[in-house]
Design a protein around this ligand. Structure first.
Ligand code: PLP
Length: 381
């Protein structure tokens, strides 16, 4: 248990809630969940499923109808053709990370993971006993992979490489050429890719290339995706993995030994999410884009702060190193003294030092107040 770490954003939220209970005003920019409600057609579909009696256990890898809908979606959006026996539906996308590590990694293996990156990657690599090898995502490289460094880091012990496109916490995106180059480095070797595509619909420019769509790569890739972000369904707990048939069998075994199956009515709601109107998802992305444009401009106007323009997800990752504080100290003081809850960059790994992650899953008026508070806080440092 000592090898597991946590997601600091939840601890920051708890502290922010304490301050609010004491009567202080806090703007929440710490948590990575859309501030929108789940679209009505999806809620209606869950309600209908429950009324029809779809309230019992379902097949461990997921309802056939949902896996068919995922296969159709994967072929049309990701350009990845898959059979339904290559899909495992899980309670959230997160278990796909955990199960992948349990299936593939053990002591003696090395796993290359994005740093800064989603904190659970490093945590579960450590839990498996494998050695975490950071893939530094640096501001000077627009938070993209350094291909020369990656090539050096791949060796006989490398078992898995994790990519997250667009990425949490930076909003950065690997180019199609980056993805092709990574595929060329691993194709035909005993190395898997965990491709975390949970934000691949929340994009403001070109669609990211799924590595599994490249020749020969599908069998070496585990795609992680889900409904939390695109359809504002974080609390419904529904995600899925796409992988080769053998791995899907192993992942189903892990599912039957842990959750049995994802919630049945949630799966029927997810079918509606994929097959019903996509307007709500598109509107959310448009709102995120407007907020991104505002926030990047406003943060760059604060003396001492510089902020790259993210291409997807709903985070900005401004550089606050000029103030001479560790990013955790900066974030703690910004919350206590400035009334803005945000995560320090090191909550996402050592290469996040000098940065702050702000989630813009909050309204434009609240973002404006947050910027005023951040500017006042910075001016006082
Ligand atoms: N992957 C990344 C990069 C994330 O940021 C998150 C959630 O914050 C997840 C996966 C998991 O999301 P969920 O388990 O809600 O599907």
């Amino acid at each position: 248990m000592g090898r597991l770490a946590t997601e600091s954003a939840f601890q920051i939220l708890a502290r922010a809630n304490e301050l609010e209970a004491q009567g202080k005003s806090v703007i929440h920019l710490e948590i990575g969940q859309p501030d929108f409600k789940t679209p009505k057609n999806i809620i209606e579909a869950a309600y209908k499923a429950m009324n029809e009696g779809k309230t019992g256990y379902g097949p461990t890898p997921g309802a056939v109808q949902l896996r068919e809908a995922i296969a159709e979606y994967s072929a049309s959006y990701k350009k990845v053709n898959t059979g339904i026996d290559e899909i495992v539906v899980t309670p959230g996308g997160k278990p796909v990370m955990f199960f992948t590590m349990l299936m593939l990694c053990q002591e003696g293996d090395e796993v290359i993971y994005p740093n800064p990156g989603f904190p659970i990657y490093e945590s579960v690599i450590n839990f498996s006993g494998a050695k975490p090898v950071p893939m530094p995502l640096l501001e000077k490289n627009n938070f993209r992979v350094d291909l020369a460094q990656l090539k050096k880091d791949i060796n006989d012990k490398t078992r898995l490489i994790i990519i997250n496109n667009p990425g949490n916490p930076t909003g950065g995106m690997f180019s199609a050429d980056d993805i092709r180059a990574i595929a060329d480095m691993v194709r035909g070797k005993n190395i898997y890719i965990l491709s975390d595509e949970i934000y691949d619909r929340i994009i403001f420019g070109e669609q990211p290339l799924s590595i599994a769509s490249l020749p020969g790569m599908k069998d070496q890739t585990i795609i992680l995706d889900g409904f939390s972000k695109t359809y504002a369904m974080t609390g419904w707990r529904l995600g899925y993995g796409i992988m080769n048939r053998e791995l899907a069998g192993h992942m189903s075994m892990l599912m039957v030994n842990s959750a049995s199956c994802a919630a049945t009515m949630t799966q029927w709601a997810a079918i509606e999410a994929l097959k019903g109107p996509q307007d709500a998802a598109a509107e959310m992305t448009a709102a995120f884009k407007e907020r991104r444009d505002y926030l990047v401009g406003a943060l760059n106007n604060i003396k001492g702060v510089s902020c790259a323009k993210p291409e997807g997800a709903f985070y900005v990752f401004p550089n606050i190193s000029s103030f001479g504080l560790l990013s955790k100290q900066f974030a703690d003081r910004l919350l206590e003294e400035g009334g803005v809850a945000a995560a320090g960059g090191t909550a996402f790994g050592s290469f996040g030092e000098g940065f702050l992650r702000l989630s813009y899953a909050n309204s434009l008026p609240n973002l404006k107040i947050a910027v005023e508070r951040i500017a006042a806080f910075c001016a006082g440092l």
